[in-house]
Every structure is written in C-alpha cells, then in structure tokens.
Design a protein around this ligand. Structure first.
Ligand code: UDX
Length: 436
C-alpha cells in the first residue's frame, strides 16, 4: 500500500519506518527542508536503538521516501497518517492548530478517496473536527480514523514492531478494511487489533497514559508513607505486584514521572474534562503529588545540611527524564537543579547522552563532568535523578575517595540497601530506611 506520513517527529518517523518495514511504500512529509534533505541522505534525526538500521534498510529498498511536497505525496497515497505535534497550550489543553491546518491542505489537495489516520495524541472529538475541516473543502469521499500510538521512548522500534495491541477508531467499514490490511502482518502474528468508534479510541490513549501516571504516583505515595512507618517499599512493591491484577510493572517509586507524554496527557485530560464540566479529581491529585515528588529530595538534602546548602557542591548523576533517552522534557533533574541553584548550591552533572540537550537550556549555570566519578570530585553529596544502568553497580571505594562528604540522595532507588550498607555512606532513597 502507498502511505503518506505528515510530520516526521518522533512518532511520525518511527511510524513511517515501521510501515515501510511492513512492506508499504511510505512518503514522509515535513515542512523542515533541511531535515528532509538530511533524511534523504540517510541521516536519522533522533536516537532510538535499532531505528537507524531499519531506516537505512528501507531507504535502500526504495520503500521509504522524504519530501517537503505534501501534494506530491498525497497524490501517490491512499492512506495519510497525521503525526503532528499537539503541544499543550497555556491552559494545558492540546493545541490542534497543526492538525487542523494539515486537514485543510488535505481537503484542498485531494483528488480521490483517502483514509486520514490520526496518530497524534488528540482530545476526544478531534476526528470529528478533522472530518468537518476536510468536508468543508471537498466533496470527494474520505474517512477519518483514530489510531493512537503507544510506543515508549528508548523502545520505539521494539514497541512499534511488536505492539501490545493496535487500536483503530472508525465506524466506516471501508476504512476498517484498509487499516486491517495495513496491520495484517501484526494480526498474523497474534497481535490483537481492536476496532471501536473514534471517540473511544481517542480516549483510550489518554486513559492508558493517565492510568500509568496514577499507578506510579500511587506507588510514590505508598513509598513516602513507608518512610513514615518504617516499612520497605521494595518489599511492598513485590508483594503487591505478585497479584496479576496489579502486575510488577510501573510500580517503581522515584522522584516522579516526566517526559513528553505523561505530564502533557494528564494535563490535557483534566482540561478536556473541565470543558465538559467534569472534574478528574484523581488526575488533579496525581499532578499535584507528582510535582511535589519530583523535588522531594531537595528538602532531604537541606535537612541533611541543617537548612543551608549555600555553596555546597552537589554531584548530579543523570539528566534525562528516564534512562535510554536523551530527552529532558519535564525531567525531574531540571526541577531539582532549578531549586538547588536558587538556594545557592553548585552543581556538577554527568549524563553523557542528555548533556547536550541540558547545555542548550542551562548553558554554564551548572558544570558538566566527562564521567560519573569525576562528577564526584570534592562533592558534598550526590543526587541521582535518572536510572542509567551504569550507575547500578558503582565502585563505592572510588566514590568515597572522590567525594568530600559521603552522602547519597538516590531518587531512583538504584542500589539495594545491602549494596550500600557498611560502605560508610549516608544513603537516602525513596520509601526505604535511611542508612547513616
Ligand atoms: C509513555 C508510555 O509508556 C507510552 O505508552 C506512551 O506512548 C508515551 O508515554 P515514555 O514517555 O517514553 O512512554 O516513558 P515511560 O517509560 O512510560 O516512563 C514515563 C515516566 O515514568 C518516566 O519519567 C519514568 O522514569 C517514570 N516511571 C516509570 C517511574 O517513575 N516508575 C515506574 O515504575 C515507571
């Protein structure tokens, strides 16, 4: 099948490459001419394990093309995926201007039947808006389908080639047939495709992400309570997760969730609810708890230094919002840095993957270390903000030699307590006993 993808951001690029890998001919459209030129030459604009290989393989096989010319791509394709940004507006609601503007162009340019597939995370009712926008411009028949994307950063290729399920929101039989054909390689291997109406499909994406945000946040509250009563959240987590109605995943407490999806989607769902006069009380609480959780270790650091951290040298391990990505959007590290700097601390950070992105935002407000141990040189304490694997089993002796004062504030529970015990460190993690 011939498919156009409008928007070659994270979701668009991964979707386009995946659809080409499934045997389709894919035209990726972007307004950024420089980016299109680079992609044509085989340069992948984002880092995702396994993506470059798949991208190059499909360019070589002449199944994956890049262009700035939407009309040319439209003329060649029966199916048009929209993978456009839907950034939060000032009030938290999703800004649909990119989606609507492309819908207008499609309406003006299309010359035969098209299936327009929405991949971006969009509020309930967007499929209707896209339909109305296109219908105002043309009499030619078309269908609009909601097909939300559930991939995780760092696992984009794995998740898009092997999704837990495919959701297709459309009540048009013709569109359902087209979508079933595109995803047949998945259904052949037992991956379920679930058909539903557009609105339910649009809401499924928000509901899934918000549920996971609530799950993490619930666990963070349990962890904070564990500290009050002397329980160990690692034990509680194992005990709870063994019930398969709960499951072990997404029960890891820490300094809050971040990234480009959970914070945005929780806010957008709250906002959509309000527009209908509906209060998502559980999501409002989740947002508030998460905001406090992100900086929960700042007050612990202050307490440790008897209320004054001015001039203290703080080593920071990890800047990305989670491991295996260079993404720093809504990263807890940034909230911590902001407050620690305001309180007069000096920060030396180490994160070889996300450092460049942080430099662009913070410049030389903080220092950057070339490796995890040199970040500790002369430090009064260490704060861990991202769960990179390389931090899991450090050389504690070397750490002790480098640090001026042996204190660790671990926002991602990187170490088992037994690992740190008897090493002479003050060790504060989340939801567990503090070692002194
Ligand atoms: C998420 C969804 O998982 C994905 O399905 C959706 O399409 C996009 O949003 P992503 O943003 O890549 O994906 O990150 P994810 O791995 O889900 O982690 C989100 C945040 O939760 C991170 O900040 C992570 O550190 C935090 N987290 C996750 C926890 O604090 N504890 C956990 O147990 C799991």
């Amino acid at each position: 099948m011939n498919i156009t993808i409008v928007g070659t951001g994270y979701v668009g690029l991964v979707t386009g490459t995946t659809l080409a890998e499934l045997g389709n001919t894919v035209y990726c459209v972007d307004i950024d001419a420089k980016k299109v030129a680079r992609m044509k030459q085989g340069s992948v604009p984002i880092y995702e394990p396994g993506l470059e290989e798949m991208f190059l393989r499909n360019i070589q096989a002449q199944r994956l093309f890049f262009t700035t010319d939407i009309k040319e791509a439209l003329d060649k394709s029966e199916v048009i995926y929209l993978a456009l940004p839907t950034p939060p507006g000032e009030d938290g609601s999703a800004d649909l201007s990119y989606v609507i503007s492309v819908a207008n162009q499609i309406g003006e340019m299309m010359t035969d039947y098209k299936v327009i597939v929405n991949k971006s995370t969009v509020p309930v009712g967007t499929a209707d808006k896209v339909r109305e926008t296109i219908a105002a411009k043309t009499k030619i028949p078309f269908d609009v389908v909601s097909n939300p994307e559930f991939l995780r950063e760092g696992f984009a290729v794995e998740d898009s080639m092997n999704p837990a399920r495919v959701i297709v929101g459309s009540e048009s039989e013709k569109a359902q047939e087209v979508m079933a054909k595109i995803y047949q390689p998945f259904t052949n291997t037992g991956i379920p495709i679930i058909f539903m109406d557009e609105k339910s499909s649009e809401l499924t994406k928000y509901a899934a992400n918000s549920f996971l945000a609530v799950k993490i946040t619930f666990m963070n509250e349990i962890a904070n309570y564990c500290e009050k009563v002397g329980a160990d959240v690692d034990k509680v987590r194992l005990g709870m997760g063994s019930d398969d109605r709960i499951g072990h995943r997404f029960l890891f407490p820490g300094i809050g969730y971040g990234g480009s999806c959970f914070p945005k989607d929780v806010k957008a769902l709250i906002k959509s609810g309000k527009q209908e006069g509906f209060d998502f009380q559980i999501l409002e609480a989740t947002e508030e708890v998460n905001q406090n959780q992100k900086i929960i270790l700042v007050s612990e650091i202050e307490k440790y230094f008897k209320g004054n951290i001015e001039g203290k040298k703080i080593a920071l391990w990890g800047l990305a919002f989670k491991a295996n990505t260079d993404d720093i959007r809504e990263a807890s590290s940034l909230d911590n840095i902001k407050i620690l700097l305001e309180k007069g601390a000096e920060i030396t950070a180490y994160d070889s993957i996300a450092e460049d992105n942080v430099r662009q935002v913070l410049g030389d407000q903080i220092s950057y270390a070339k490796d995890m141990y040199s970040a500790l040189e002369g430090a009064d304490c260490l704060l861990i903000a991202t769960e990179w694997s390389e931090f899991k089993n450090p050389n504690f002796e070397l750490m002790a030699q480098k640090m001026k004062n042996k204190a660790i504030f671990d926002g991602r529970n990187m170490f088992a307590l037994e690992q740190v015990e008897d090493k002479g460190f003050f060790y504060k993690s989340i939801g567990r006993k503090t070692l002194r």
